[in-house]
Design a protein around this ligand. Sequence first.
Ligand code: SF4
Length: 401
Amino acid sequence: MNKITRRQFLYCSAALFSASAIPAWAARPSGAKPGNEYGKEDVSGRVFRGDAPEKPWKWSHEGLFYDKLKNDRVICGVCPNRCNLAPGDRSVCRSKVNIGGTLYTLTYGNPCAVHLDPVEKKPLFHFKPRSKAFSIATTGCNLRCLNCQNWEISQVRPEDVRYSELFPKEAVEAAKGVSAESIAYTYSEPVTFFEYMIGTARIAKEEGIYNLLISNGYINREPLLELCRVVDGANVNLKSFSDSIYRKLNGGRLQPVLETFRTMHEKGIHFEITNLVVPGYADDQEMVKRMCEWIVESLGPDHPLHFLRFFPKYKLNRLPPTPLSTLTRFRELALSGGIRYVYLGNVPDNEGNNTYCHNCHKMLVERKGYLIPEYNLTGNRCKFCNTVIPGVWDEGGPGPV
Ligand code: SF4
């Protein structure tokens, strides 16, 4: 039995008893409003001029993948935003600052959310069913989705939420202490806490714990290749299949995300794709058809695709939820287009929650919420027709409830 410190015990207790993605103690910062309200943004409306702290603090760590320029400027190379910061500036993701010509991340060992989640919640349906993922997040995101579910932590600065301390080694010990099989980097956007994530993931790998990346996929190739060395599974969000919608709805671009999928596929990482069907933005049938064609042509038929139902949130709180008929139609379209495993999310008690063998079409995994009443795989094969099912499965079937 691993010993855990009192602090880790408290973290994990909070995690075990919590059902929501954001813990109650990740308090909304006083006076925080949705949007870019901190500091003075530059003309492109992206980085925050003159908003860095004067000196590094306890959870500061020099950034990885950055270049020093003339006049003490720095340019971050972690994500396609490539923030170009003068001394005193803060990045688009709000997590990085230029202090005296050095790029610092401010979130190293400084999570604002720590939970123990079923892996199905990520969602990951083809990765160690029913296992537990020790889930961590810091503040920050490199996109600006109008429908963000987690804006209270994704669209604020690290110093604006109630902070915690969990350095990489402690995070791995805490995960072991609650018998989590994996650590998930999740909730906000882990690309923006890249240094903390990779520091933790390397230790986790050595300790035999899986690493799960739950991300928007907005990352440059070099840091992604570094991550691919330690990541075992991922869920990456493909927000739409249109660059103009990416710009309008998410404040990003489509092409870098497609490159992320290609790279992860080329590296043999197990990943699943999530597509949130936002009415009026990402619900055009022709676009979804093109997206499915691209997936099959570029990534093959085996990466599971999850269509998620939208509910009104954040700046899109006046839109209606996605009609169930739209989701069902998209699922059928994706299946007939050749994607073998297509799911519906945020739609309870629907056959789109279950896994069916792509060969004999019998039910392999029945899901009721996060419960699995029926399981018909033997190792990684269909129990009925012996077909290999893509994913990372347990030899002995899913663990106990
Ligand atoms: S990770 Fe953050 S600091 Fe780096 S380029 Fe992206 S938004 Fe800018």
